[in-house]
Design a protein around this ligand. Sequence first.
Ligand code: URA
Length: 236
Amino acid sequence: MMRLDKFLSNNGFVTRTECKKAAKSGLIKVNGIVIKDPSVKIDECKDVVEFNNSIVEYNEFMYLMLNKPKGYISSTDDPHKKTVLDLLPDEYRTFGLFPCGRLDIDTTGLLILTNNGKLAHQLLSPKHHVYKTYYFECSIKLTTVMIDHLQTGVDIGEKSLTKPSIVKPDETMLSGTISITEGKFHQIKRMFEQVGNEIVELKRIKFADIELDNTLKEGEWRQLSAQEVEILTSFE
Ligand code: URA
């Protein structure tokens, strides 16, 4: 059982405030009956909820895509720094969302937030080899030796070399994309350092086959589409 307004906002359908207004206007029905009080409890598995005459499916989990700006940490709670959760509306605090993997404070781009802990764990497990692609800018021109080294494996002081990566430099050799399957602390920065270069800009543009929505400005977010959720759940 759960509150009707939580059911609707949990689905990313409306915010709780919008829900209140919609209920007042008679736009919400449960089992065909107009409900004006959005705080009533419903059975999310059995009751049929309609919003403006469309049936709302119940989603157990929530999945968001955020375009992370600089200056925010990929954590749920920090007394001193702004976290990525600060970019979401207040009511999203109650959903138990957390970032699926971490981006450094100065890294921007695609961050997936979910409350599906089991799936997040699987997506981050090295067993699943989920590719994450980043746009990078570096301080000196990439050489073929550097690229080979980055692609085959670099000793960044971990137990083993980094797993094979894919590097696609731009014509300038000062930027490009790199795809990695692991997610060690500062991994790409450390890989570049180890080959005698330096990352000056890093932005994640793809997670598995999910691309950062280029209509999202930094700090903006949206629900993942059903197709994008399917990409994630294919790793279950
Ligand atoms: N590698 C890094 O060095 N930083 C990130 O934020 C992500 C990957």
